[in-house]
Design a protein around this ligand. Sequence first.
Ligand SMILES: Cc1ncc(COP(=O)(O)O)c(C=O)c1O
Length: 482
Amino acid sequence: MKQTPWLGFSIDRGAAMPVFEQICAAIRLRAASGDLALGSKLPPTRVFATELGVSRSTIVTAYEQLVAEGYLSSQQGSGYLLCASGEVELTQVRDLTPPAASEPVARNSGLQPRSSAARPFRAGSPDMRLFPYRQWAKTVARVCRSDPQSLFLGSSGFGSLALRQSICDHVAEWRGISALPEQVIVTAGATDALEICLHALATPGDRVALEDPGYRPLQYFINAQGLVSDFLRVDDSGAVLPSGRVAPRLAILTPSHQFPLGGAMSPARRMEFIQWASETEAWIVEDDYDSEFRYAGRPIPAMAGFDQLHRTLYVGSFSKIFSNALRLGYLILPEPLVGRFGDSIQRFGPKASSMPQQPLADFIDKGEFYRHLRRVRRIYAERRRFLLEKLAQDFSAYGYCVDHQAGMQVVFHLTCTLKDHEICARARDLGLSIEPLSGFVQAPKPERDAYNGLLLGFCGYSVPELELGLAQLLKVLQQLSC
Ligand SMILES: Cc1ncc(COP(=O)(O)O)c(C=O)c1O
């Protein structure tokens, strides 16, 4: 065991606690006891890694975790500084079991945003404590100074040309899609993009194919527009093809990461859908809402890239990588649909705010966006690994998870006799926010009964917050089992 002269602390490789979390715990403890003074500079990551005999990325993960919790601040070029000391409080875990003495939650010095009380396990929410506020503020200020008018220009209802160009560069690099800015519409998130597709591609009475289980707002839009839903079962290869006598006008799919189950559509099934769309002159809308979050290997190429935007429209979102509050997403169209969507946008009016568009384009072009993406992906990967390990270790009597190495939430499939909605209702009383898998299903009984599970989001919560949430959840399961 190697001991660091700086903290007088050594790693216990036999411990259940992950190494990065041991480092966090040691720093928190010394911050809480006052051994580390406010403003102290932490050792450079490379030096500390050598001292402890761990990889540099482990140290970076630990430091970033503490930045997220408000203990440390990071400044480019000057390393990590302690910004919370002896004062500790439990605001973020107020409703939950008190944490272990070594895991206080820091009072924030004001350098990092404070979160409201954590209510694990809300799905699909990024951790806004990790948002690069300083860099974003600098970017917005730069645009305000150098090109203030760009904040108010929406360029024909399709959005800022600069952002549409940045989106083209992004999807070419990340999703294998080759498109021109003229084919891109900046939208108020992926949800707005999906609604625009329904308005432009279908008329009342048309059929629309939807995955079941699937994303609930789609059902509301379909009802509101007088359309008819064709629900597609999801098997191990992804959504199954529509089989009714009347072909749907369009199918809305999540091929890279099925929502909410999590699997990826097989290449053979993708080919079948593309062939089906060509033969029936239907459209495929690919909802790629969280594809940037893959934790192993390269992102799975988008179906729209494979189809070369022939019958497939592509929907992306900045809500998951960046902020739900920004309300920005995008829609990429096959070239022949550009005119039709232009008319539709004129009729209904664009919903995306133009203000953040030029700053976001600058943020992407200057590389800040990717720096943030790499950082959150590393932190979310640790949180996800922790959650999956704990579920396998402590919850196996109740169910299991399938590890799809992607996304912002996992489904814990229940194998016991308990009902997901009862568990979620009881968990809500204890301050947890969990959605039942059955709530995303349209199929009637008995098919519906096959979906009994808990949707557990992990991105918005630090490891100690997840640990506390899991302790609460275990209590709920134990109480309901009695
Ligand atoms: C499958 C799916 N599509 C779209 C969205 C919405 O994304 P946005 O916040 O960009 O509207 C979500 C949000 O969770 C989702 O789960």
